[in-house]
Design a protein around this ligand. Structure first.
Ligand SMILES: [Cu+2]
Length: 194
């Protein structure tokens, strides 16, 4: 094979390769679409929020229950999952409910006999039925942006813990601190002189 022929063949191959690359690169619709491909989402209007939505976060929340308070380590979490670690530091059994509600904390719907919150009338995102004095329990709750009320709804000894004030507000918002992000010390952001 002469050198000239080799050069011609090489040139032809190069041309073919270029044509193939252009054909593939230009998405001309000839490529076989996967049957499972999701349909193109409907175009969003000009009112679409420009800021990207942060990924769901898992927020650890410590809860201390006692007579008659619900005391969280944080009042806010990001949408995603809130992992409540609940410790009953009191002297009687308590309960822990995560209620999704925009209502003021003291104005949740009550039972007809006024023994506490009517659980059939509220959106219960998670519940621990009973935590004995001194015990701890964990509860993972999927949470979305909005307001929640953390409640002990136990009625014992003629007393409603909820009506005694055993509740607190909890908010799920994108602006809550990202638990996955360790704060960067501001000093490291300043370029050090070399
Ligand atoms: Cu209680």
């Amino acid at each position: 094979m002469s050198v000239r022929l080799v050069k011609i063949l090489a040139g032809m191959l190069l041309t073919l390769a270029t044509v193939a690359a252009v054909a593939c690169g230009g998405d001309d619709g000839n490529s076989t679409a996967s049957p499972t491909a999701s349909p193109t989402p409907a175009p969003t209007g000009p009112t679409a929020v420009p800021t990207p939505t942060p990924p769901p976060a898992t927020t650890p929340v410590g809860i201390e229950l006692s007579e008659f308070i619900v005391k969280p380590t944080t009042l806010r979490a990001r949408p995603g999952t809130a992992v409540f670690t609940v410790k009953n530091t009191g002297t009687v059994t308590h309960q822990f409910l995560v209620i999704h509600s925009d209502l003021p904390t003291a104005e949740l719907p009550r039972t007809a006999d006024n023994h506490g919150v009517d659980e059939s009338q509220v959106d219960i995102a998670g519940k621990i039925e009973a935590i004995a004095a001194g015990d701890s329990a964990e509860l993972s709750v999927p949470v979305e942006a909005g307001k929640y009320v953390l409640v002990c709804n136990l009625f014992a000894g003629g007393k409603s813990h909820y009506l005694t004030g055993m509740y607190t507000q909890f908010e799920v918002t994108q602006t809550a601190p990202d638990p996955n992000q360790t704060p960067v010390p501001s000093a490291t952001l300043i370029p050090s002189p070399s």
